[in-house]
Design a protein around this ligand. Sequence first.
Ligand code: SAM
Length: 208
Amino acid sequence: MRLRKKHFAIPEMQENPYVDFNGQDHKGNWQEVFDNKNDIYLEIGSGKGGFISQMAQNNKGINFIGIDLETNALVYAGRKLKDLELENARLLPINAEKLLDIFDKEVSRIYINFCNPWPKNRQHKRRLTHPRFLEIYKKILKKGSIIQLKTDDLDFFQDSLKYFEDSGFEKLEIDYDKKIEGEDYIVTEYESKWRSRNIPIKFAKFKF
Ligand SMILES: C[S@@+](CC[C@H](N)C(=O)[O-])C[C@H]1O[C@@H](n2cnc3c(N)ncnc32)[C@H](O)[C@@H]1O
């Protein structure tokens, strides 16, 4: 979905202490930013920030970083983190292609929620689970880390399972109809839309 351009987005985010436009300055030193040695969990494609804000609120012993290239959505994620004063969360307005500039091997978990399925063959390389991206993730993840994927799109999901397998990730959990279990389960903005239309949510968890 294309969001209407919000001219206030970038200036507002520049004033928001939870948004960092210079992530590359902290490569290898993110623990200093958070002033602790807690694990760093990364969400790619945070959108309006429902997931990262709830995760950060529920897991104060973990540092969360959300990235998204769409500032028109991320501005709202920034408002959520600021309103909740979430010291264990930051947002970076960047493309996932730039992750190697931002992180050394310092990420313990990656979440990819409802990314664009890019259905046409010629678009597949833009998928956030494409082997091209998985190779980037391998360089920023600690050994033994987890990548978690949720999507509504069956073709994208099945292709992604193959991408992960071909790239040497170990399958931990595959579910073609993920139910909302327990209080810790967070429904993202897009997920709530698909669930209301009774579209089964596909879920996978891999180990690096
Ligand atoms: C369909 S939205 C899902 C938003 C949110 N994760 C959710 O589940 O409600 C996908 C998001 O991924 C972002 N995105 C797509 N490609 C990206 C990339 N290469 N790097 C960073 N973000 C990306 C888009 O801008 C968009 O905000």
